[in-house]
Design a protein around this ligand. Structure first.
Ligand code: SF4
Length: 531
């Protein structure tokens, strides 16, 4: 599986929000405040889902960009930090659309019609015609958004679990259909998110017109709260009220301290506090959250170009990570951009075959940890260089997630030959590669030697070439991996067992008494079937 050059060892999370304009407290408490906390613990990707906005607002796209910027400004004002998180715009990373298209090939229609929000949103947004292909497919776009970054977790509210479940189903279907493990199934990460009541007591939502914006100035917040209805409680201030029936008390429960909540609820029940003061205190509790956000937003609005530039460069960074995934996906769909080894099927010349070993298109591999490089090389070999007539069997034609496991369970060819594909190589000298082979029995070794010039040399070595020295080396190594060295002199390639070399001091020099090296020149790019 591909990894980012900038990836860390922290688990990765990804989440996004539609650009619906300035965010309100429901958005903040339901998601954004948690995202801010996640930044220190996880490798975070947060995006603004402008393509998603078009699934419902396609008829009038005039506010997409301004709404995107509004959300971005609120993200930053609320504490998302570009130094810690990758904050980007979905449509600036075209790989989202590419993966969406490919996933839409394999996603059964029934899965989409079953998504609970499909019917629900159609009913709620009855003024819009949502009988479109794009709207039906938006959960697939969501699955693509998520899986493109191969995250371990997706922070969501309880109402979005169906989307994460669909994403997991898409990943499972893809992995099983193509015998791969490109997409780990992400887990829903439930974070505490209190339901924020709107000004009228219903759920806070723009469509109800009952919101308090997270970047609204304190005077506006105070005015909105002062005008709230008490839901019939305390018509006369001498009447006792029931705070369980008043939306102002609901706001206190989310934003005020325990002491204030209990003293105000007592004051409400005993008619010893005026609603006016209860509301002022609720507004103050809210402003303790919103005022710093509002102040920061005011500053950021004065630097709008820098914010836009930041979003663009973060989108480039996200695209680089997304491209790592797409390299594997395109290979699986046989859509990779390089012609690759397929040339040999069209009477390729030697020169063309040489080109098929050029990995310069995958130059970002160098930045990956070594075990991931090795895994990519093995995948590359299997998909591009493995002769079609060898074919690995269904059962073993899979990518192991753990290197140890892979070494223990070699690939099997269709003829049940045990094939070790080793790229666990560190190039420790010019034109020299070192391999550590498990002391197990294989019928074929495939050694992948990767040059710093993005060149791959591959050797398919049948057992008869190494059986005898390997047995000797195994005895000597006593169950430890066998150290093998492959090196090139001029046009000639040699292989030797390092454990069998005898070193002795001759004067001041070390003389290495080598066994006769095994000439494997002829086995380079040797694609005879594994008989
Ligand atoms: S005192 Fe507060 S909770 Fe009670 S009715 Fe008045 S505004 Fe509502």
């Amino acid at each position: 599986m591909a990894e980012s050059a900038t990836s860390s060892s922290r688990p990765r999370v990804l989440s996004g929000m539609r650009p619906t304009g300035k965010l309100h407290l429901g958005n903040y408490m339901g998601a954004l405040a948690n995202w801010v906390k996640l930044q220190d613990q996880y490798e975070c990707y947060f995006f603004i889902a402008d393509w998603h906005a078009l699934t419902t607002d396609y008829a009038d796209p005039s506010r997409i960009k301004i709404n995107t910027l509004d959300v971005a400004l609120d993200f930053l004002s609320a504490g998302l930090d570009p130094e810690k998180s990758t904050i980007f715009i979905q449509s600036h990373v075209p790989q989202h659309a590419e993966l969406h298209l490919l996933f839409s090939m394999i996603t059964p229609l029934g899965w989409l019609e079953r998504v609970p929000s499909y019917k629900e949103m159609q009913e709620n947004l009855s003024s819009k015609d949502l009988t479109t292909y794009g709207f039906l497919g938006y959960p697939v776009l969501m699955a693509s958004d998520i899986l493109l970054y191969q995250p371990q977790f997706v922070p969501v509210g309880q109402d979005q679990t169906a989307h994460v479940e669909l994403t997991r189903e898409v990943a499972r279907r893809f992995n099983s259909m193509y015998k791969t493990s490109v997409f780990p199934e992400p887990e829903a990460l439930f974070t505490p998110s209190p339901k924020v009541p709107g000004l009228d007591g219903r759920k806070m939502s723009k469509s109800y017109g009952n919101t308090i914006g997270i970047s609204e100035p304190p005077a506006l917040v105070a005015k909105k709260v002062a005008e709230m209805s008490t839901n019939g409680q305390r018509i006369r201030q001498t009447d006792p009220g029931d705070p369980n029936l008043c939306p102002v008390a609901d706001l206190h429960r989310v934003f005020s301290s325990h002491e204030m909540i209990s003293s105000h609820e007592h004051g409400c029940r005993t008619a010893t506090i005026r609603c006016e003061f209860c509301k002022i205190d609720a507004a103050n509790s809210i402003c303790a959250v919103t005022q710093p956000i509002s102040d920061k937003r005011f500053r950021l609005e004065g630097e709008i170009e820098q914010t836009w530039d930041m979003l663009r460069s973060m989108s480039v960074k996200a695209a680089a990570r997304a491209e790592q995934t797409m390299l594997s996906v395109r290979n699986i769909f046989d859509l990779s951009h390089d012609l690759g080894a397929i040339k040999r099927h069209f009477m390729a010349s030697n020169k063309d075959l040489v080109k098929a070993h050029d990995l310069s298109q995958n130059s970002s591999w160098w930045n990956l940890p070594q075990d991931q490089q090795s895994k990519l090389l093995r995948d590359y070999w299997k998909l591009n260089l493995l002769p079609r007539d060898i074919q690995l069997s269904q059962e073993s034609n899979r990518v192991f997630t753990s290197l140890d496991r892979e070494l223990e369970e070699p690939f099997l060819s269709v003829k049940n030959k045990r094939v070790l594909v080793s790229a666990m190589t560190a190039q420790q000298e010019p034109n020299g590669w070192h391999f550590w082979i498990p002391p197990k029995s294989y019928e074929v070794w495939t050694l992948l030697c990767w040059h710093r010039t993005y060149w791959l040399d591959d050797f398919v070595i049948p057992q008869k070439f190494y059986a005898q020295p390997f047995a000797q080396a195994k005895k000597k190594a006593k169950d430890k991996p066998i150290h093998l060295r492959v090196w090139k002199i001029g046009e000639k390639w040699n292989m030797e067992f390092v454990d069998l070399l005898e070193r002795e001091m001759v004067g001041n020099a070390i003389r290495v008494q080598a066994m006769e090296p095994i000439d494997i020149t002829e086995l380079r790019s040797n694609y005879e079937p594994l008989k």
